[in-house]
Design a protein around this ligand. Structure first.
Ligand SMILES: [Mg+2]
Length: 216
């Protein structure tokens, strides 16, 4: 199911028929966790990374009691509202994506509140990325199916979230999947997914893999 807002953004995209690179943003192009930890620290909270989730893992610094789910959702919302414009690049992401853009269409597919979409666009532009940004909610597979049907081949999808990678595989099994996990505090909890072509903590590896695939 693609929301109306996402559908509208997808409909506006134009493709050249070259290969297609679809890339996530949080924790792939820009640092999310680091900044989020800083943000919740200001609220007397810390992120427990003993499992791969935000819910249940945002704890009060003094009591260690987990923050209730409704409050976690609120924190995430205010975080994106206040911090999206200032998020910092993960090493190697921008130059790699610019290299892909010489050979492929690039679309940035990001799950964050739609209301923060323009801040995200502004932030990515400030990092030098000229690519369209599609804001999505829920699983990413349906949007990836839509993009794959309309863009050129091959198609690559890069994300850190195992659930979005799984969703991509379910809806668009022909897409080459890159699982980027640069923070070992989370990577250690995630089993390898057999349908992932490349799992890596390094943009240099992604760059080499994707350039080869798209004929660079
Ligand atoms: Mg992400």
């Amino acid at each position: 199911m693609i929301s109306e807002i996402t559908q509208g953004q997808l409909s506006n995209l134009r493709f050249t028929g070259r290969p297609l690179v679809i890339c996530d943003v949080d924790e792939v192009i820009v640092h999310f966790t680091r900044d989020f930890e800083d943000y919740i620290g200001l609220h007397g909270l810390w992120l427990d990374t003993s499992s791969f989730a935000l819910n249940g893992n945002i704890r009060h610094r003094e009591t260690n009691i987990p923050t209730p789910e409704a409050q976690v959702a609120e924190l995430i919302g205010t975080f994106f509202e206040q911090r999206t414009r200032h998020m910092q690049e993960i090493d190697g992401a921008v130059e790699s994506l610019l290299a892909f853009g010489a050979k492929a269409d690039v679309v940035l597919l990001t799950n964050l509140p739609h209301t923060a979409g323009d801040h995200r666009r502004e932030n990515l532009k400030s990092h030098g990325l000229p690519y369209p940004v599609v804001t999505n909610s829920g699983p990413k597979g349906p949007a990836i199916r839509n993009l794959t049907d309309r863009g050129g081949k091959p198609v690559v999808f890069i994300d850190d979230s195992p659930s979005y990678i799984a969703s991509a595989h379910e809806y668009a099994p022909e897409v080459q999947l890159v699982h980027f996990l640069h923070d070992d505090r989370f990577a250690r909890h995630i089993e390898p997914l057999e349908y992932v072509t490349l799992r890596t903590a390094s943009w240099a590896e992604i760059r080499a893999f994707v350039m080869k695939l798209i004929g660079g």
